[in-house]
Design a protein around this ligand. Structure first.
Ligand SMILES: [Zn+2]
Length: 445
């Protein structure tokens, strides 16, 4: 037994084990502030994970991309070496916990069958479930159907610069042969009215953050100035804001809408995006996310110019968060260049690909049947996430990514609000379902 590890119980369920591991992980504060100097805890969390893995005879490797920015990778041998390995990746960092919490965000309290704390759903839950399942395999002498490459990344919450992206750039050999990966934001219960389904992420929009800067002639506010930087910026922003990127259904969203209409019984015309939008807007949190996946969108997020009412500043700038559909990334950048004009410089702050993985075929079938085996008859739908995960980094290696962190939840549990929200928590019953579904998936696929 290595230092700092959590001894497995002699008996007891995987759910209990996953809950204990989750509590322990939440107590290691791995807040990612976005600033390397104040981000903390990733090394401690990585060492905790390493300890658990070593205790069952595995040989995890630690990779530090920068001091204390720790990533862990370990290979678990499967029973059929002719199958390509599957990457199972999760991130160790969490976003800051602000606001008033019912239970302390880094306490990992277990209260009335619910584990509370930052990371309970995003995504120390999956770290805990994967560890519990692999430990159970070891105890029972079970092997997964194929090799698993377990990866525990730093820095997902700030774009993966010190985590997945660094690992893919500096250690691509660790992922050699892998064609598919599973990670967060999928595999959980979603509700459309009274209809219960599971959503599996098969696609992600691209990320295109930018800073626009324009220079002009500074001067006294009382003079005539026809080269005013603020005015030029505002004009360009107005053109951007007015532009409508044409809405479109990608393959994933076409399949999602078609299957959703079968579930709800509401007829949809796939050629009429406005009616699809109307339909989705009635569907609460999931509908909101789905509407964002119907086209390329952008939001103006910050402005900077001047500091005095009677002084025209020499320059003005703005930041914009654009989320192109996976196959519209290049076209979207070109459109922005055209709309803002030559006078304005465009700095790409964050430019990450989208992805669209096959939403049918063996891996999707295996994920779906591992869910329905424990929740019979519930439809499993593919879904495009408007935000991003570490799947984007692995996609650069040609690996198809999926969101598959199985959790079964009731309709009164506001799951989507848990992500980065106050009072993040997860029921142990959801972890019970998740460990069973992951066990099935790893042993059958
Ligand atoms: Zn996450």
């Amino acid at each position: 037994m290595s230092q700092n590890t959590l001894a497995p119980p002699a008996t007891g369920s995987m759910a209990k084990r996953a809950a204990d591991l989750l509590s322990a992980l939440i107590r290691i504060d791995t807040t990612n502030t976005g600033e390397p100097a104040t981000t903390k805890g990733e090394r401690e969390a990585a060492q905790f994970v390493i300890g658990q893995l070593q205790d069952i005879g595995l040989r995890p490797q630690l990779f530090e991309s920068a001091p204390k920015r720790a990533n862990v990778v370990v290979r678990v041998e499967g029973s059929d070496s002719s199958k390509p390995p599957l990457v199972v990746h999760q991130h160790l960092d969490v976003v800051p916990a602000q606001g008033d919490w019912t239970h302390p965000p880094f306490g990992g309290d277990l209260v009335d069958g619910v584990v509370w704390g930052r990371g309970a759903v995003d995504m120390k839950n999956q770290v805990a479930m994967v560890l519990a399942v692999i430990e159970d395999f070891h105890r029972r002498g079970v092997k997964p159907a194929r090799d698993l490459i377990l990866a525990f990344f730093a820095d997902e919450e700030n774009g993966g610069v010190y985590g997945s992206r660094w690992m893919v750039e500096h250690h691509p050999e660790l992922f050699r042969g892998a064609q598919e990966a599973i990670s967060e934001v999928g595999g959980f219960t979603a509700w459309f009215g009274d209809h219960r389904v599971y959503l599996v992420e098969t696609a992600e929009k691209a990320i295109a953050w930018m800073r626009l800067t324009v220079a002009g002639s500074p001067g006294h506010g009382s003079f005539v100035n026809d080269n005013n930087a603020v005015a030029k910026l505002v004009t360009a922003l107005h053109r951007l804001e007015q532009h409508q990127f044409p809405p479109r259904l990608t393959g994933t969203m076409r399949d999602f809408i078609t299957q959703l209409s079968q579930v709800t019984g509401e007829k949809v015309d796939l050629s009429d995006i406005d009616s699809i939008k109307d339909l989705l807007e009635k569907e609460g949190e999931v509908g909101t996310a789905a509407v964002a996946a119907l086209g390329t969108h952008l939001n103006l997020t910050s402005l900077e110019a001047g500091n005095k009412a009677n002084v025209v500043p020499p320059s003005a700038s703005a930041t914009i968060d654009m989320r192109p559909l996976p196959d519209e990334r290049d076209a979207a950048w070109k459109m922005v260049e055209r709309l803002v004009g030559k006078d304005i410089s465009i700095e790409r702050l964050n430019d990450q690909r989208g992805m669209e993985s096959p939403d049918h075929g063996p891996i999707f079938e295996a994920m779906a049947s591992s869910l329905t085996r424990h929740d019979p008859g519930v439809p499993v739908l593919p879904f495009m996430v408007p935000a991003g995960t570490d799947n984007k980094a692995l996609a650069d290696l040609g690996i198809h990514g999926y969101g598959f962190t199985p959790l079964k939840m009731s309709s009164d549990f506001h799951f989507w609000k848990m992500f980065h929200g106050v009072d993040e928590r997860v029921p142990v019953s959801a972890l019970a379902f998740g460990t069973e579904a992951l066990t099935d998936f790893f042993t059958t696929y």
